[in-house]
Design a protein around this ligand. Structure first.
Ligand code: ADP
Ligand code: MG
Length: 459
């Protein structure tokens, strides 16, 4: 039997967690808006980079023709071909192929990596049988930090994830790709270099002209939105002219947002210190799918150190980093069985925590709820910060504002999605939030890139 005092000690940890995770969301939204303004004012003006994407036209739906996309950002990369057929017929044809990148190329040299990519593209184009001799255009989704210099050029700032191709750092990744394509005899023009957030915004806009924000809530988190070019003091385009559309898509890189009003707990601090990028991507570490399971694990470890309700720590995996993943906490959070069987299973399989009482399992669900609730609420506050920045959903605004969202966290974690939507209503008010919609928008990094290539076509 677990002593009552034991359960109480655990409950205290949970109560403290709940308190530490509570945030003044209005302050968070205001801080996000203020940081956005600072980042737009000058290069380095804020921790959020507010990168000018040079995308000044989003797809309208009228695009026609065959366009390609390359999506590089994980272990697999993808080649995609779409045939766009205008307003009524839209995407008439769509085909893609996933290719895994041999691990040795991820830490080799640039010419080998881009050579591999170009040869995969060459094979794919050959199979598609482009016989009309027309030069095709391609959108390149490259989900690594890039210093963008035009719609179709940008230098790699640093690799992340599993990549470390040193001689590519500081180089223009489009030039590298274009050179490799020429060597492979692929006659194609790279029309746009984008990241997945900008692609999500474009894919969303293609299907709904009221989409003004694109958000990624997956392994990482980021947002892009449509800004007025005249509201970007740091924007200096060649010739000093503003884009004809008057608009410019900004890739906020909000994952690196920081403000003293963020509800950061002892668990977050420890997670950050032990991470690969301490001090960086603080907002992302509170919000994104890569970290939520890990935060819950850290809370459970603390409980195990203060009570015996999870058994003897040394017999468990509670000390193993990332032994609990976000899909696991999602499964536990949604457990509808009366005796919380899924929770018992996940605790046993992932953490080797067995023979828990029903009360203990309920407590685990509550911890998932607190951690995921905080994430969803912060993401909603970030979205509200962006909407306020562009004067949307303000009293009297009668425009519809749609937020296109992609990523496994938003797509698969129903409680997360519910909380995010409820928080938007809470922050914007019943009235204004009626005109705000969030929409799952998949494949921004594929279709979105092809669409941006089409919207910036030179033919
Ligand atoms: P990426 O962000 O790497 O491009 P995805 O958009 O597919 O890829 O998101 C994957 C992330 O989504 C995972 O790292 C995980 O955190 C989260 N995720 C995936 N499945 C689930 C799930 N069932 N419940 C909650 N989160 C999930
Ligand atoms: Mg993705």
């Amino acid at each position: 039997m677990v002593a009552a005092a034991d359960l109480e000690a655990a409950e205290r940890v949970v109560a403290e967690l709940r308190e530490a995770c509570a945030a003044r969301l209005d302050e968070v939204a205001a801080a996000m808006e203020a940081e956005m303004r600072a980042g737009l004012r000058e290069e380095g003006g804020s921790k959020i980079k507010m990168i000018v994407s040079f995308v000044d036209n989003l797809p309208t739906g009228n695009e026609e023709g065959v366009f390609y996309a390359l999506d590089l950002g994980g272990t697999n990369f993808r080649v995609l071909r779409v045939q766009l057929a205008g307003k009524d017929r839209r995407v008439a044809k769509r085909d893609s192929k996933e290719v895994s990148i041999p691990p040795h190329l991820m830490s080799g040299n640039a010419s080998e990596l881009f050579g591999f990519i170009a040869s995969a593209l060459a094979k794919y184009v050959a199979a598609a049988g482009e016989g009309d001799g027309r030069q095709r255009e391609l959108g390149f989704t490259f989900s690594f930090p890039v210093r963008q210099t035009s719609i179709a050029s940008g230098t790699l700032i640093k690799w992340t994830k599993a990549f470390s191709v040193d001689d590519a750092v500081g180089e223009d990744v489009v030039a590298e790709l274009q050179t490799a394509m020429e060597k492979q005899g692929v006659d194609m023009r790279v029309a746009a270099l984008i990241n997945d957030t900008v692609g999500t915004l474009a894919a969303g806009r293609y299907n709904d002209e009221d989409v003004v924000v694109g958000v990624i809530l997956g392994t990482g988190s980021n947002a892009a939105y449509v800004e007025e070019a005249s509201a970007i003091p740091k924007l200096k385009l060649e010739g000093g002219e503003l884009p004809k559309s008057g608009n410019m898509v900004i890739n906020t890189e909000w994952g690196n947002f920081y403000s003293p009003c963020l509800p950061i707990t002892e668990y977050d601090q420890a997670l950050d210190e032990e991470s690969l990028n301490p001090g960086e991507q603080i907002f992302e570490k509170l919000v994104s799918g890569m970290y939520l399971g890990e935060i819950v694990r850290r809370v459970l470890l603390k409980i195990a150190s203060q009570s015996s309700i999870l058994g003897d720590v040394s017999h468990t995996n509670l000390k193993t980093r990332f032994s609990l993943r976000t899909p696991d906490i999602s499964a536990m959070h949604h457990d509808g069985t009366p005796d919380l069987r899924v929770v018992a299973e996940k605790l046993a399989d992932n953490l080797r925590v067995r023979d828990t009482s029903l009360d203990t399992r309920k407590m685990v669900v509550e911890i998932c709820d607190i951690v995921t609730g905080r994430s969803a609420r912060l993401a909603a506050a970030g979205i509200v910060g962006i909407l306020r920045k562009i004067g949307r959903a303000a009293p009297g605004d009668e425009r519809r504002s749609v937020v296109a969202i992609d990523g496994g966290l938003f797509e698969h974690y129903a409680e997360f999605r519910k909380r995010l939507e409820a928080t938007l209503v809470e922050l914007l008010g019943e009235e204004a939030s009626r005109l705000v919609e969030v929409k799952l928008t998949k494949d921004g990094s594929g279709l979105g890139a092809a669409l941006i290539a089409a919207a910036h076509s030179q033919y």
